[in-house]
Structure formats: C-alpha cells, structure tokens
Design a protein around this ligand. Structure first.
Ligand SMILES: [Zn+2]
Length: 115
C-alpha cells in the first residue's frame, strides 16, 4: 500500500511547518492529490490517522481535493479529461498524450490552533 509512504511524507511536511516556539494542535490538513498518483483517498486518510497518533496532527481533519487527469493529445490537439484507465485520446485514440494535470500531490494548507 503506497499510501503509507506518502502519508509519512505528508506528516513530515506538516511537522516541518509547525511553529517551534509554541505548542500547537493541527486541526485540518488540506491536500491536492492528482488522479495519476493512484492514491485512494480513504486509504490515505486511514494511514495518516494511524501515523499521526501522538503527534500534533493527531485527530486532524484531512481534506483531500482530487485533481483530475487532464491530457493533451499530441496528434489531434484535443484536451481531454481521462476517467478510464485507458491512456488514449478519447477523440482520435492516439496514445501520444501529454499529461497536463493529475500528477500533483501536495499539502495545500495546514490549519493549527494553540494547544
Ligand atoms: Zn487525439
């Protein structure tokens, strides 16, 4: 389950951004996750919950925004959003596609409150 590795990475980013001079509690973590990362949001939330135990991020609400997989066809120039696992242009069936979005995986914001 590759969600566990990503969750650890995210928790690391979160803890690096917490103020060092005062105790805080993370209330909400917002993430953007592209479809191409193949991260299953529910699995990911579960992993993060497990590893956040006994850290300032314990009990934080995890909000995941899924970024659709958008591609540009290099043959016909059509811009499409792929919803199926097939990696071909829906317009002309060309496999020569350039990924415009869908690879994203980042922490968009972290909300904290004083502890
Ligand atoms: Zn095409």
């Amino acid at each position: 389950m590759h969600e566990m590795g990503i969750a650890m990475e995210v928790l690391k980013i979160v803890s690096e951004h917490l103020p060092k001079d005062q105790p805080v509690r993370v209330t909400r973590i917002r993430l953007k996750i592209g479809k191409l990362t193949a991260v299953v949001p529910d699995n990911f939330k579960f992993c993060l919950e497990v590893i956040a135990k006994d850290t300032p991020a314990e009990g934080a609400e995890v909000v995941i925004e899924e970024v659709p997989l958008e591609v540009l066809c290099e043959d016909c120039g059509a811009k499409s959003e792929l919803t199926e696992a097939l990696f071909i242009c829906p317009q002309c069936e060309s496999p020569k596609l350039k990924v415009l979005s869908g690879r994203e995986l980042f922490v968009e914001s972290i909300e904290v409150e004083e502890n």
